[in-house]
Design a protein around this ligand. Structure first.
Ligand SMILES: Nc1nc2c(ncn2[C@@H]2O[C@H](COP(=O)(O)OP(=O)(O)OP(=O)(O)O)[C@@H](O)[C@H]2O)c(=O)[nH]1
Length: 489
């Protein structure tokens, strides 16, 4: 039993029904907490001023489609009902409000699943348009079901109820949903790991300038007041969108919108004359919704552009077939690495590698099989290198590796390891045919505290490769750099 104890528990935990229960509990727990926050934020005699539960539920369902099971919907329903009943809600109204909340989420969720090609990670400007339209429909569905409750609860006219409910849903969806959809789970987990390992997380104060400008513009907005004041933080929000990631921008926008909503609920906002709280609230919420679309769109375009730049950068610097560095990039980076080694008095080695009789492979097994051998060869070599090493394809079946800071014996041992690994490997050709290949390697070696130009080091490695080919292939040869006495440091 003792050895089995943990195994039994983990089996229990992994059982299908236990997984369903776990997911339902997570959804129920999050929605219950979010509903309580919303209920506690509501001004006396009004519906909640901040209602994150619906946007949170929609975000969870969109990010983790596994959660869209009947059990998770039931868990969300129970959580909403429970939160309302525990804080004094009446059964009929509670059920009505819950139905309205879930109707909006279901509508937006259905639209996203119906148009499944829509980008949920918000990495393209068009995704913002989809988000807006789907959230609009969700908010409208919610408002249509829920506005009747306003009439019963607060004796309001149906249009006022509709507008109040719709505007609340809209601002919540547009400000909260992007934060959930772009939440960088892995990066934040890494950040926490770093913080817990007591490693210093460097704070770049200049990077915080857009954030400070937003705080400042909030202060200016409060001081200036009037109907145009709400637009004063727009430049700071756009600066945030141009400087930060999509997630950070949307988090900042959400915090900004929450502060404004809470200030309005407590009559602290000098934007309106407070003639009519409902009119002011609806107007401000719609204004905040449109305001949030600005940084969201800019951050999306920025994210899409950054992704494209990274792709372009990769395409320019890497060989399209093997993903090793392209010849020009290898030579450029090797030049830098060599200069650094020389400056630090470290030795450096260059391995020039050429697959043997590669023409034979092409001629007998086809060009595509040759390509597959090149790809696999590059993968094998890359897997053997350290972080600071450089690996490039110089052309055809010729590759090069630069090993900074390595001893002569170390360089020879790496080269020999690569050679024997290639010889022992069976490369899969077209139709899964297994092919043999060998590689000849020439090592050019610069000892510590010596100087040489990049071209001369590559030439020495090339000479060593020529020797390896001439002496029968499938072997390693080395050429030490002969440094002229005058060039010695
Ligand atoms: N499949 C494939 N073949 C390539 C590629 N680039 C160059 N080659 C072929 O690589 C072969 C190189 O042949 P050779 O230069 O004669 O060299 P070898 O047959 O390897 O002979 P040794 O180097 O002397 O051992 C040629 O047949 C080229 O067409 C490529 O991207 N894909």
């Amino acid at each position: 039993m003792s050895a089995d104890r943990f195994g039994w528990h983990s089996e229990l935990w992994a059982a299908p029904w236990s997984r369903v229960l776990r997911r339902a509990l997570i959804v129920g727990g999050v929605i219950f907490a979010a509903a309580l926050i919303g209920i506690l934020s509501r001004p006396v005699g009004f519906l909640a001023s901040i209602w994150p539960a619906n946007a949170l539920l929609l975000g969870m369902l969109l990010r983790t489609p596994r959660l869209t099971s009947g059990w998770c919907w039931l868990a969300a329903f129970i959580a909403l009902v429970l939160a309302d009943l525990l804080t004094g809600g009446k059964w009929l109204i509670t059920l009505w409000l819950t139905a309205a909340n879930l109707a909006g989420v279901a509508m937006a969720c259905w639209l996203y699943s119906h148009f499944h090609s829509v980008d949920r990670t918000l990495q393209s400007p068009l995704a913002v348009l989809h988000l807006f339209v789907f959230c609009f429909c969700g908010a409208l569905a919610s408002a249509l079901v829920g506005c009747g409750a306003s009439i019963v609860l607060f004796d309001r006219n149906i249009w006022v109820g509709l507008a109040y409910w719709f505007s609340a849903e809209m601002v919540n969806y547009i400000t909260i949903l992007p934060v959930i959809l772009t939440f960088p789970l892995r990066r934040i987990a890494q950040w926490f790991q770093q913080a817990f390992a007591m490693r210093r997380v460097e704070l770049d104060w200049l990077r915080l300038a857009p954030l400070f400008s937003l705080a400042l513009s909030l202060g200016v907005m409060m001081a200036v007041g009037g109907s145009g004041a709400i637009a004063l933080p727009v430049p700071a929000l756009l600066w945030c969108a141009l400087s930060y990631s999509l997630f950070s921008t949307m988090l900042v926008t959400l915090i900004f919108a929450t502060i404004i909503s809470l200030a309005l609920a407590r009559n602290l906002l000098p934007v309106f004359a407070h003639a009519n709280f409902i009119d002011d609230t609806v107007s401000l919420r719609l204004g905040l919704t449109m305001l949030a679309l600005g940084p969201l769109t800019v951050a999306c375009i920025n994210a899409a552009r950054n992704k494209l730049v990274i792709q372009l950068d990769h395409a320019v610097n890497h060989d399209y077939l093997t993903d090793a560095l392209s010849r020009a990039t290898f030579e450029h980076r090797a030049g830098h690495a060599l200069k650094e080694c020389i400056a630090a008095g470290k030795p450096v080695a260059v391995l020039m590698m050429d697959l043997d009789h590669f023409k034979y492979i092409n001629d007998h097994f086809g060009h595509r099989s040759g390509d597959l051998v090149l790809i696999e060869f590059a993968r094998l070599v890359d897997g053997q290198l350290r972080k600071g090493d450089l690996f490039g394809r110089l052309g055809g079946e010729e590759f090069a590796v630069m090993l900074p800071g390595i001893s002569r014996e170390g360089a020879l041992s790496v080269a020999e390891r690569l050679r024997s690994m290639v010889a022992a490997h069976r490369f899969a050709g077209v139709d899964g045919k297994l092919l043999k290949a060998t590689v000849s390697i020439g090592v050019g070696y610069l000892p510590a505290k010596q100087r040489i130009e990049r071209e001369r080091l590559l030439v020495r490695a090339d000479e060593a490769l020529y020797l390896a080919k001439n002496r029968g292939r499938n072997q390693v040869q080395i050429q030490d750099v002969q440094v002229p006495a005058a060039a010695k440091s």
